[in-house]
Ligand binder design. Structure first.
Ligand SMILES: [Zn+2]
Length: 265
């Protein structure tokens, strides 16, 4: 019984964060204002009618300009997967751990997508893995749960975030990996890699990735190795919150731009 409660407590941590789009009260307020203006226009004095007419023209012109600022994240479901967690730290360099940086970048990205009105999920919100405490193989169960979440949430696209490590400290940069034999995933990877290359000292090509998440999901998605912990250059940047914010913004705008092209609004 105690064990069962403990298991339930453990499992309760594995709840994905989900956005619910905030009600846009500004739209209600705007419509109410327009209604009042029309009301005055019909029954008000001449001087009031003239002012109302000018205000209505101003509102009309402002809304025309706003049409071009359509947000392509709205109504899309973006799943962010911060790699590793719990006992699995991923790669590391001294006291810099991949799972911590993955979570940090993912959370920033998650907040940005929410702020832009998108629907977003995170596979974890703290330092744990998704396996149950009795799992025979925690790593595999963790990965299977991530796949299950991604594919069960009507995901428009998912991004799995990881860090790389190489024997030579000179190798650095961001690389995007896509699902084998998935043309759409390849197109997404090419698109993202092209934009993310602005952060790379040398341009990189996206590649087919032999990762559990990519091999087993049916949803569209890519895995981004957003730097090398083995590289001094990358480490310095990754430990700077301003850079992580900048990178999250770049990934978010790339996703938005991709959706714009894909959905052809
Ligand atoms: Zn990793």
């Amino acid at each position: 019984m105690v064990l069962r409660v403990l298991e339930e407590l453990h499992n309760s941590q594995n709840v994905n964060l989900q956005t619910t789009k905030n009600l846009d009260y500004s739209k209600f307020f705007c419509l109410f204002t327009i209604f009042i203006l029309f009301f005055i226009l019909f029954i008000g004095e001449n001087i009031l009618k003239k002012n109302c007419f000018l205000i209505l023209i101003f509102i009309f012109l402002t809304s025309c300009f706003n049409i071009n600022k359509t947000n392509y994240l709205i109504d899309s479901v973006i799943f962010i997967d911060p790699g590793h967690g719990g006992n699995d730290n991923g790669t590391s360099y001294l006291d810099v751990f991949e799972d911590e940086l993955n979570l940090k970048l993912s959370t920033i990205l998650y907040e940005m997508i929410l702020d832009d009105g998108g629907i977003c999920y995170l596979s974890r919100v703290s330092d744990y893995d998704l396996s149950s405490m009795y799992a025979k193989n925690h790593k595999i169960e963790d990965l299977k749960k991530r796949v299950q979440y991604i594919d069960s949430l009507n995901t428009t696209l998912f991004i799995s975030l990881h860090l790389n490590y190489y024997s030579s400290s000179k190798v650095n940069g961001i690389q995007v990996f896509y699902q084998k034999q998935n043309q759409e995933s390849k197109e997404l990877a090419i698109f993202l890699q092209d934009i993310l290359n602005v952060e790379n000292q040398r341009k990189k090509q996206c590649k087919v990735g032999d990762y559990f998440i990519l091999n087993n999901t049916t949803s569209l998605g890519v895995l981004i190795e957003y730097g090398f912990l083995s590289s001094e250059y990358d480490r310095q940047r990754l430990l700077d919150d301003n850079y992580l914010n900048h990178l999250a913004k770049l990934i978010k705008s790339s996703i938005s731009e991709y959706l714009k092209n894909k959905l052809k609004y």
